[in-house]
Design a protein. Structure first.
Length: 248
């Protein structure tokens, strides 16, 4: 298929399943190049140089995007739809992102180190702000007229809510030591990718199966179906789903 890492300085990658080279995501430390001839065109170069990043996708006859253009001046363009796509990282201090495929701003996952903002106008509403501030994290999705969630609320008190379905969604990170997650949009707990710093647990009751990373520790997978925002804790409105699992 390919060799994403061939040498520290000379990276190469080839896919002959289609009889063509596939791409080389990392060619050299200073001179990165990538090519996909499976479609008869160059694909893209996610990282071209440390300071001058470029990317091109000619499979559609247009430039695709440049996720990282420069260390200080990040730009991104997608012309496959004839519009700019987005710029996930614009500058180190001033982050901006735009999606004109729908002729609206898309979102800005990281705006500033202290003042994070995000907007999605494709639906005519703000989308969410995954990281608002270092201490005060907030997130809102008005596309449905409700708050969406805050993956990171505070450094010590993490909370998340999705009211688009009229229920709490989940909190991937609740506290530094006590991680919890719940999704009531389907009436079930979804999972907690990180339960504790040393005791990782995950549970998905949609499939009634535990989904946990491989760690040789005894953990407790707990999902609380009711979140009490004022107390930064979950109040159970029905029996908690608890499972004890030993990972290997």
């Amino acid at each position: 298929m390919y060799n994403p890492i061939f040498k520290l300085q000379e990276w190469t990658a080839v896919d002959l399943s289609s009889g063509h080279e596939m791409y080389n995501p990392i060619f050299k430390l200073e001179e990165w190049a990538a090519v996909d001839l499976s479609s008869g065109h160059e694909m893209y170069n996610p990282i071209f140089k440390l300071q001058e990043w470029t990317a091109v996708d000619l499979s559609s006859g247009h430039e695709m995007y440049n996720p990282i253009f420069k260390l200080q001046e990040w730009t991104a363009v997608d012309l496959s739809s004839g519009h700019e796509m987005y710029n996930p990282i614009f500058k180190l201090e001033e982050w901006a992102a735009v999606d004109l495929s729908s002729r609206h701003e898309m979102y800005n996952p990281i705006f500033k180190l202290q003042e994070w903002t995000a907007v999605d106008l494709s639906s005519g509403h703000e989308m969410y702000n995954p990281i608002f501030k270092l201490e005060e994290w907030a997130a809102v999705d008005l596309s449905s007229g409700h708050e969406m969630y805050s993956p990171i609320f505070k450094l010590e008190e993490w909370a998340a809510v999705d009211l688009s379905s009229g229920h709490e969604m989940y909190s991937p990170i609740f506290k530094l030591e006590k991680w919890t997650a719940v999704d009531l949009s389907s009436g079930h707990e979804i999972y907690s990718p990180i339960f504790k710093l040393e005791e990782w647990a995950a549970v998905d009751l949609k499939a009634r199966e535990s989904l946990c990373p491989r760690f040789s520790v005894l953990v407790v997978c707990i999902a609380f179906p009711k979140f009490r925002e004022s107390q930064a804790s979950f109040q159970s409105s029905r029996p908690c789903a608890t499972s004890y699992t030993t990972f290997h």
